[in-house]
Design a protein around this ligand. Structure first.
Ligand code: GLA
Length: 728
């Protein structure tokens, strides 16, 4: 039993393999947080400290007890209006415009299996893999009922949280802030790791000490964004890759979010993950309910590496669609950097011929195949095949490509519209646009109102019409701007952005139902919507529009903290690189791209015979290791953000019998130093053979004494070691 309730003390204790999470209903009926961390036995309520704190008020339930104040006590789901002046998880505006809500315990249920959230992505599990705790809370004045949901995947050290808010009263209320979860940490010093970035440079790692006061990371863009990713790590100040306590907090949501940390004057740290509240005001009429998206927590006492493994395992086995969990992904060639908008059906066919020649599985026809779309100023919304450009019907093109033994995939951007399109001319009111104001253009396009079902239905029907024209096994779902001008012609202002996200999920769900075998790769100008919500529908996401192998070292490193390698779209592109102008060896581009779902993004027709030969080998080698990319444990060995001579990473099979260390030596040195590297996660007693040299080492020797890197010359040289267990 992962979840236990100790009636006498009214304590809930959640135990996973290595962690304990506890909370308690106190004498006043409030739900206080007690502990989250390494596994412990017994009740942790001794950690609660009651003291008379000046200017921290006391709720009526405490009577004359001035030592009882919600302003300083750790809580599970703090609301505004209880005398707690810290960041609240829930802010309710009542019918009389007062902002107040006091949630008290009303009961609970413990269930087998993991809860689902209607209309929202969430961790799923078999009945015997997870348990659910539902705690019922009530505000007795407004009759608001709030269910706190806890999902526990015991073996993976994963605890999920979500909230259902129901109006059982007789008056309309407004949810002004909807927190998914709050986590309070014991007094102490903590660092916060966040993953910030920009278009073409996503998820760079920032580590900052948490100081007094409140600090906020948020996306106001309507999407999870390139700028601030909705995954965070709180860590002991001395935590490293392989030691120290750390907590992961990741939102299963693809819209705007707010993540707050607040250190109070007593050194307690509160974190709250919520839907971005500034453009949110959700009316809840009597009888209605609102489901707050899920947050996934995990704790590791062995540093960031182990924490990442928990997330990777959780996403790979409990978020990614079942049918893709173990399915090897196609090696693909994408037409974008090969041809941009300048292609015909013949170009696609030539790409496919060359793809077949080097062993690529699938050709993706990127942007430019529909409507009037020869550049990025027009055509979005008109999802009709431009047969003139292709020189034939889509069905015929796909057949010809399939005859070559190559699969076919296509790019779409369903949420967008160009003003220069038939769709816009017919339905100008289908876009997000404030009446009387000129909307903000971005990439010269506007955003369709996906909070509206009629709009979604139209786009869905037109996209299905395309997908039904042939054997399409892959779709790249793009979204190339941030949302602005939040105004819907039919929906209430404060609901639009959230309903938009739910609309996108609904669309994706319908697509999956209709095309269960279709592999959808998410994309938003590269990695602008790289979040667990999207991964529920799209098992892989194009990691970045930056295909430069050296920049990718940082992007993929940062992404790997919260997301599995099997989810990161990563391609070999041409040199000089189109984004950075950098020149790197072809092998190096291959090594970096093989830490992800592998593919190419270049004009195969322009490749030299020598490059084709290397590509052929690259693909074979990738196929030899792709099971490790999909299912192995990933270790970040050397950090690209430190001024190191090289960057290294490693995959280890779950049975520890196979491991691959890959990397890039960044700078050549004359009369070079000897650099040792230290593989991890091996069986110390096992003997491992280096496949290239035939030399045999013990796991202990490799992990403790290390192995010298080869002395190479030239910048940006690739590194790869493959070891296989030979005997115990
Ligand atoms: C975005 C994507 C690219 C490409 C273009 C097409 O930028 O990230 O990979 O698909 O759109 O317009």
């Amino acid at each position: 039993m992962a979840i236990r309730y100790w009636k006498e003390k009214q304590i809930f204790s959640i135990d996973t393999k290595n962690t304990t999470y506890q909370m308690k209903v106190d004498s006043c009926g409030f739900l206080l947080h007690l502990y989250y961390g390494a596994k412990v036995n017994g009740a942790m309520d001794y950690l609660l400290t009651y003291a008379d704190r000046g200017f921290s008020g006391n709720p009526a339930e405490a009577g004359a007890d001035r030592t009882y104040s919600l302003d300083v006590l750790p809580q599970e789901y703090p609301t505004w209006g209880t005398g707690d002046y810290r960041n609240a998880a829930l802010l309710i505006q009542n019918a009389d415009h007062s902002e107040s809500c006091k949630l008290q315990y009303a009961g609970h249920t413990i269930k087998k299996g993991k809860y689902n959230l209607s209309g929202l992505p969430a961790v799923y599990a078999e009945e015997n893999e997870a348990e659910t705790l539902e705690i019922y809370m009530e505000d007795c004045v407004s009759n608001l009922k709030v269910t706190l949901l806890y999902g526990v995947v015991e073996q993976l050290d994963i605890i999920t949280r979500s909230v259902i808010i129901e109006n059982h009263g007789s008056e309309n209320i407004i949810i002004e802030k909807a927190g998914s979860a709050c986590l309070e940490l014991l007094p102490g010093q903590y660092d916060l790791l966040s993953f910030c970035g920009r278009h073409t440079m996503e998820r760079t790692v920032q580590r900052k000490r948490i100081g007094y006061g409140s600090s906020v990371f948020e996306s106001r863009r309507g999407t999870s964004s390139h700028q601030y990713n909705p995954a965070f790590i709180l860590a002991d100040v001395n935590a490293t890759e392989d030691c120290g306590n750390c907590y992961g907090i990741a939102f299963v949501y693809s819209g705007g979010f707010r993540f707050e940390t607040e250190k109070d004057p007593y050194d307690q740290v509160r974190t709250v993950m919520s839907i971005q509240p500034e453009q949110f005001a959700y009316p809840l009429n009597p009888g209605e309910r609102f489901v707050v998206p899920e947050t996934i927590f995990s704790f590791s006492q062995n540093g960031f590496g182990a924490l990442s493994h928990n997330y990777h395992n959780c996403i790979n086995h409990h978020v990614i669609r079942r049918s893709f969990q173990k399915k090897m992904r196609p090696v693909l060639i994408n037409s974008w950097e090969a041809a941009y908008f300048d292609f015909t059906g013949e170009t696609m066919l030539e790409l496919a011929k060359n793809a077949a020649d080097v062993g690529i599985d699938l050709v993706v026809m990127d942007d430019g195949w529909f409507g009037k779309r020869d550049d990025d100023n027009s055509g979005l919304g008109d999802w009709e095949v431009n047969e003139e450009k292709l020189g034939c019907s889509l069905g015929t093109l796909i057949e010809k490509i399939n005859e070559l033994g190559v699969d076919f995939g296509i790019w779409i951007e369903p949420e967008m519209i160009s003003e220069d399109s038939t769709l816009y001319r017919n339905h100008p009111d289908w876009v997000l646009q404030i009446p009387g104001r000129s909307p903000v253009r971005s990439r010269n396009q506007l955003v369709l109102d996906f909070s509206r079902k009629d709009v979604r239905d139209y786009i869905f029907a037109s996209i299905c019409k395309v997908l039904d024209q042939g054997n399409i096994t892959y779709v790249k779902w793009d979204m190339n701007r941030s949302i602005s001008d939040v105004y819907s012609h039919v929906n209430v202002r404060g609901t639009v952005l959230h309903d938009y996200v739910v609309g996108v999920y609904d669309f994706l769900e319908q697509m999956i139902q209709r095309y269960p075998e279709l592999l959808i790769e998410g994309c938003s100008g590269g990695g602008g919507r790289f979040d667990i919500g999207m991964l529920y529908y799209t098992p892989q996401i194009w990691c970045s529009d930056n295909t430069d192998a050296i920049d990718r070292l940082k992007i993929q490193y940062g992404t790997s903290f919260g997301y599995p390698i099997s989810a990161m779209g990563s391609h070999v592109s041409v040199c000089p690189n189109h984004q950075s102008g950098r020149i790197t060896p072809f092998e190096t581009r291959g090594i970096v791209a093989s830490a992800g779902t592998f593919g190419y993004e270049l004009d195969l027709m322009k490749m030299s015979e020598e490059e084709k030969k290397i590509a052929r080998e690259q693909i074979l080698k990738y196929k030899e290791m792709e099971h490790l990319v999909q299912t192995g444990d990933y270790y970040r060995l050397v950090n690209p953000f430190k001024n190191n001579n090289h960057v290294l990473w490693q995959f280890v099979s779950k049975d520890k019998k196979e491991t691959i260390v890959c990397g890039v030596r960044l700078h050549s040195e004359a009369n070079p130093h000897v650099y040792l590297f230290y593989p991890q996660g091996l069986d110390a007693d096992m003997k491992y053979e280096d496949i290239a040299t035939g030399k045999v080492y013990t796991g202990a020797a490799l992990m403790k004494a290390g192995l010298p890197l080869p002395l190479t010359t030239g910048d940006y040289q690739s590194i790869k070691f493959t070891f296989r267990a030979v005997e115990k």
